[in-house]
Design a protein around this ligand. Structure first.
Ligand code: SAH
Ligand code: SF4
Ligand code: F3S
Length: 482
C-alpha cells in the first residue's frame, strides 16, 4: 500500500497550505493533474525509474520517492528510458560520485528522443555546492535538483518544473524538520527499513556524511512504533532500524530515550518477528544495549560494528573516539552475552599517514575478531573533510597492496566462520526465488547468512525451519524440515 491519502478531495484551486504534510498532499493532487494531461497527450501511462546509489538510508528514501510517483499516476519500469528518471545519489567515496556522472551522460540520448522526459537528481551528492555548479554548467538537460533534507518535496518541485519549464534547484543546507505520513512503496512485502534517526554528529575525519546529511535528529518513538505497527499489519515480519549511529538514538528528543529502550518497545509489537539495526558506532554501544540484545527474542544475532582501523594512533586521527583495546574488549563483552552472534564490520585502508605497522594492527584485529564478513574500502579523499587536507596522503599503489592483503584475510576467515552452523536446524526467513534455479528459494538466518533450499514462491516472507546440510563458503545449502 503506497498511499492512503485521498488526493481527489483536495481543492487545488485554493492556495497551497503552509503546514506539512498537508502542503505536500496539495502538490501531489496538483502534480497528478499534470500527469493526467501528459497521459492524454502521449496516449499511455507515463513511466518512471528510481535509481539508488549508496546505503540503506538512500534505499529507504527511494521507497518514499517511489510512493509519491505511484500516487501521482506514474507506472514504474526497470529501464531508464522512462518519462521520469531519478538518481538518488551517494558521495561517500569518489567512485560513487563518478558512477553517477557516467550514468547521467548515458541518459542524454533518451532525453533527446523523448521531449516529455524529466530527469531529477537528489541525495547526498547534491548537498555539495561544487556538484550543483557542475550540473548547472555541464548537464543542462537535468530538470530537478534537490537534496537529502527535502526529499519529501518531490511533488512540489515537480509542479514547479511543470509550470515554469526551467531547471528547478532546491537544496537545503540543514534542517530540523522531520515530515511524517507521506506515501511510500516498499521493495519487499515482508521486510522494511525504518528510519529512526537522520544525520550524524560524529565528524569522523575522513567522512563526508555529516556534511551532506546534517545534524543528528531522532524521530519520536511513537512515530516509529506506529510506522512499524502499520508495516506489520501490511505483511512485514522483519524491520531494519536505520541511522548513521543508532546507539545515540533519542539523545536529542524532548523526552530523551535510549536506543535499548526503543528496542524493548519495538520488541512488544505483536506479529513482528525480527529486528535488525544499522549502524552501531562502537563508542556509543552501551551495556544496556548488550543486555537488551541478550534477552531479546526478536533482535537478530548480528551486529555490524565498524572498526575502520585497528591502530589506536590512526583511530585517534580518524576521530573515532575508541582504541584498539577498547574495541576488542567490546567484542569480548558482546560475545560473552550473545555467544552465537555474527559480527561484521567496515574497514578503511590507506588513511593519510597509515604506516605498515598501523596496517598490521588492523590485520591483527581482523584475526582476533574473526568477522563473519567485512566491507573493505580504499580510503577516498572527500573535499571539505579534515583528512582531505592532511599532507601525508598514501600513494595508491601502497594502499592497493595493503587492501589486497586485507581482503584475502577477511575472505579466508569469513569462509571458515560462516560454515560453523552446518548440520544445525535453524530459522530461515525466505526472501526470494533463487536466481539460478527456480526450484530453490533463498533466505536468511537470524545472523544474516544466506541459505538456499528447495521450495516455492508460497514460502516468500515466511520463517521456516531448515537443516543446513552443506556450508559453501559464503552461503549454506539446506533442506526444509517443517
Ligand atoms: N555511519 C556509519 C558509516 C556510514 S558510511 C558508521 O559510522 O559506521 C559507510 C562506510 O563507508 C564507513 O563505515 C567507512 O568504512 C566508509 N567510508 C566513509 N568515508 C570513507 C572515505 N572517505 N573513504 C573510504 N571509505 C569511507
Ligand atoms: Fe561518517 Fe563517522 Fe558519521 Fe559514520 S559515524 S556517518 S563514519 S562521520
Ligand atoms: Fe552515501 Fe549518503 Fe549513504 S553519502 S553512504 S548515500 S548517507
Amino acid at each position: 500500500m503506497f498511499c492512503n491519502i485521498d488526493l481527489e478531495s483536495i481543492d487545488i484551486t485554493k492556495e497551497a497550505p503552509q503546514t506539512e504534510p498537508e502542503r505536500q498532499y496539495y502538490f501531489m493532487a496538483k502534480a497528478r493533474e499534470y500527469v493526467k494531461a501528459l497521459k492524454k497527450e502521449i496516449g499511455r501511462k507515463p513511466t518512471f525509474s528510481v535509481n539508488t546509489f549508496g546505503c540503506q538510508m538512500n534505499a529507504r528514501d527511494s521507497e518514499k520517492l517511489t510512493g509519491i510517483l505511484l500516487s501521482l499516476g506514474y507506472e514504474e519500469i526497470e529501464s531508464e528510458d522512462a518519462d521520469f528518471v531519478i538518481y538518488n545519489t551517494c558521495t561517500v567515496r569518489e567512485n560513487a560520485n563518478v558512477r553517477v556522472y557516467g550514468r547521467l551522460g548515458s541518459l542524454k540520448p533518451f532525453k533527446a528522443r523523448n521531449p516529455h522526459m524529466m530527469i531529477a537528481l537528489c541525495g547526498c551528492m547534491m548537498q555539495e555546492p561544487e556538484v550543483v555548479a557542475k550540473i548547472k554548467q555541464s548537464y543542462r538537460f537535468v530538470d530537478i535538483v534537490f537534496g537529502t533534507h527535502n526529499i519529501f518535496k518531490l511533488a512540489e518541485l515537480m509542479c514547479n518544473r511543470f509550470e515554469n519549464g526551467k531547471m528547478t534547484i532546491d537544496v537545503w543546507e540543514d534542517t530540523t524538520q522531520i515530515v511524517e505520513d507521506l506515501p511510500n512503496e516498499r521493495k519487499f512485502v515482508f521486510k522494511s527499513g525504518v528510519n529512526i534517526m537522520f544525520g550524524c554528529n560524529n565528524f569522523c575525519s575522513y567522512c563526508i556524511v555529516p556534511y551532506v546529511r546534517g545534524r543528528e535528529r531522532s524521530r519520536k518513538p511513537e512515530d516509529i512504533i506506529n510506522e512499524i505497527k502499520r508495516l506489520v499489519a501490511d505483511g512485514v515480519v522483519e524491520v531494519m532500524l536505520l541511522g548513521q549511529n543508532v546507539n545515540s538514538y533519542g539523545k536529542n528528543l524532548e523526552n530523551p530515550m535510549s536506543f535499548a529502550e526503543l528496542l524493548r518497545e519495538i520488541e512488544k509489537i505483536e506479529g513482528l518477528e525480527r529486528i535488525r539495526f544499522m549502524t552501531s558506532h562502537p563508542k556509543d554501544l552501551s551495556d544496556e544495549l548488550i543486555e537488551t540484545m541478550a534477552s531479546s527474542k526478536k533482535i537478530c544475532k548480528h551486529l555490524h560494528l565498524p572498526l575502520q582501523s585497528g591502530s589506536s594512533r590512526v583511530l585517534k586521527v580518524m576521530n573515532r573516539k575508541y582504541t584498539k583495546e577498547q574495541y576488542l574488549e567490546l567484542v569480548d563483552k558482546i560475545r560473552a552475552a550473545v555467544p552465537d552472534i555474527a559480527l561484521t564490520t567496515d574497514i578503511i585502508v590507506g588513511f593519510p599517514g597509515e604506516t605498515e605497522e598501523d596496517f598490521l594492527e588492523t590485520m591483527d584485529v581482523v584475526r582476533k575478531v574473526r568477522y563473519d564478513s567485512a566491507f573493505t574500502f580504499l580510503y577516498s579523499k572527500r573535499t571539505g573533510t579534515p583528512a582531505a587536507a592532511m599532507d601525508n596522503q598514501i600513494p595508491e599503489t601502497v594502499a592497493k597492496e595493503r587492501f589486497d592483503r586485507l581482503l584475502k584475510e577477511v575472505q579466508d576467515i569469513a569462509a571458515e566462520v560462516t560454515g560453523k552452523d552446518a548440520g544445525r536446524i535453524m530459522d530461515v526467513l525466505v526472501e526470494d526465488i533463487n536466481r539460478q534455479d527456480s526450484e530453490f528459494v533463498t533466505g536468511r538466518l537470524s545472523n544474516n547468512s544466506v541459505v538456499h533450499f528447495k521450495g516455492g514462491e508460497e514460502l516468500i516472507g515466511k520463517i521456516v525451519n531448515v537443516k543446513l546440510t552443506e556450508a559453501k563458503g559464503f552461503y549454506y545449502l539446506g533442506e526444509m524440515t517443517n
